[in-house]
Write a new protein. Sequence first.
Length: 115
Amino acid sequence: MSCINWRRARDRNCKNKYIREEELIDELLKIMDKVNINELGMRQKLEDEIRRFNKLQKIVNGRTGQALVEENEVNIRQYAKYLLKEGSVSDKRELLANLRSRLNYKDKKITLIEE
């Protein structure tokens, strides 16, 4: 498995080129539809976020009754892409921790390792 250069402090012999965060996210977005996501871990986070959003929505709008976003209407992969684009650093780390697929980084490209 190739090392990614943000770990160069541990592996000074790593030959991979540096990659900017924006480029890394673009590469991850390209392969997100093929990645095997730990849906249980991401599903729980998604449900928690939707509950939190619905609660805020009710407080702000003074609404009661049906929420605008239902938990079963949201696609896990779309949510993962949203987190990569708009999420905090900790959101992105959690997402990557829930990936079951192994990734390879070489020449500023990320590919899936077939198992």
